[in-house]
Design a protein around this ligand. Structure first.
Ligand SMILES: *Cc1c(COP(=O)(O)O)cnc(C)c1O
Length: 358
């Protein structure tokens, strides 16, 4: 018996997407970004499925240590760097590379003794203004890293895009120029592109693309689909009908009696709710796929259940499966209904959802 709700992760889709990204960025290496539990797909699942990625990008030291504990040997990079000086010996012990985006990290590197130098990616703030050293101070901090015996040479170079998911916004072109102008004569590898950069701004692909969402088969761009780029969604979020009820015109359903049936119909109750990470704010009309049809959510999403309008002639039965998102119902489409992005939907599933590798 398969558990439900469950997130079925397709190993072949992940492998396919990695191969597709290599095609799209033929001169770059691929850093598979697996932070946030592999975007909800399971950190070790993903790392094992795409073990031949050129490296993995993480947000937290704990995530990198989990990969090492799972015998992952590949290059690992902390995209936000280390947070505390005590982290540095762990980076050395487990062979983990780090971003340096702030002078405080440099000070920690300058004021400790390490058994070996650590590999550093200096992050330039080329316009996003979240992390990174300013263009004005870039060369000064670069020189200090060069002079620091705890830092391996060459120093690698990185930046991150604010608007690369807007293909018509030339902000990205300006960020690329700021980065290229400042780093042109420096040795070391370069990485600028996230998924949207890799897909929409080929001139940003550099030595490494850092792809998260595209690896999972999902487009980063609003109104676009991963399948438009030859990517295959890796996650199918599946549950099932636990009740089918006749429902009369004029009767409400669920908490707050928030929706009233305009005509006689049948309602289906699907076993998934906000306790599983399906958003409570999914509005009426958000689609669920049952027996090949898109049926609309009606009434409020509750903790463990949601209701859908199956229609008067429905023949769906208790036990039939319900797809919340997946190949035949793209998570991008569901996200648009809910007024969020696919990233948030896949990363917010709770531990009650079984993540199964298929
Ligand atoms: C999360 C992250 C990525 C991956 O972004 P996607 O849009 O999912 O490809 C790349 N670079 C950095 C610095 C990140 O934090």
């Amino acid at each position: 018996m398969k558990p439900f709700p469950r997130a079925e992760i397709s190993s072949s889709a992940l492998k396919h997407n990695l191969a597709r990204l290599r095609q799209l960025a033929p001169d770059s290496r691929v850093m598979a970004v697996v932070k946030a539990n592999g975007y909800g797909h399971g950190l070790l699942n993903v790392a094992q499925c795409v073990a031949d990625a050129d490296g993995f990008g993480l947000a937290r030291l704990e995530e990198a240590l989990e990969l090492r504990a799972g015998k992952v040997k590949a290059k690992l990079l902390l995209l936000e760097g280390f947070f505390r000086q005590e982290d540095l010996p762990l980076l050395i012990e487990h062979d983990i590379e780090t971003v340096v985006h702030h002078e405080s990290q440099l000070q920690m590197l300058e004021s400790c003794t390490l058994s070996r130098p650590v590999t550093v990616w200096l992050k330039l703030d080329s316009g996003m203004h979240r992390l990174g050293v300013t263009p004005e101070r870039f060369h000064e901090l670069y020189q200090r890293l060069l002079a620091c015996p705890n830092v391996a040479k060459p120093i690698h170079l990185m930046t991150h895009f604010a608007c690369s998911d807007e293909p018509d916004n030339d902000f990205t072109a300006r960020q690329i120029k700021v980065f290229n102008d400042l780093t042109r004569d420096l040795p070391g590898q370069r990485t600028l592109a996230n998924s949207a950069g890799a897909l929409y701004w080929p001139e940003s692909q550099g030595d490494w693309i850092r792809t998260g969402i595209a690896l999972y088969g999902v487009s980063p761009v609003c109104g676009d689909l991963g399948s438009n780029h030859g990517l295959i969604p890796a996650m199918e979020l599946v549950s099932q009908l636990i009740a089918v009820r006749d429902h009369s015109a004029g009767e409400p359903v669920g908490y707050g009696a928030a929706w009233t049936a305009p005509k006689d119909t049948k309602l289906g109750v699907v076993a998934i709710g906000y306790g599983d990470g399906y958003p409570r704010n999914a509005p009426e009309g958000t689609p669920v796929l049952i027996n090949g049809r898109r049926v609309p959510i009606v009434g409020r999403v509750s903790m463990d259940m949601l209701t859908v309008d199956l229609g008067l002639d429905a023949t769906d039965k208790v036990g039939d499966s319900a797809l919340l998102w997946g190949r035949d119902l793209p998570v991008e489409e569901v996200a648009q209904h809910i007024g969020t992005i696919a990233y948030e939907l896949v990363t917010k599933l709770t531990p009650r959802v079984a993540v199964c590798l298929a």
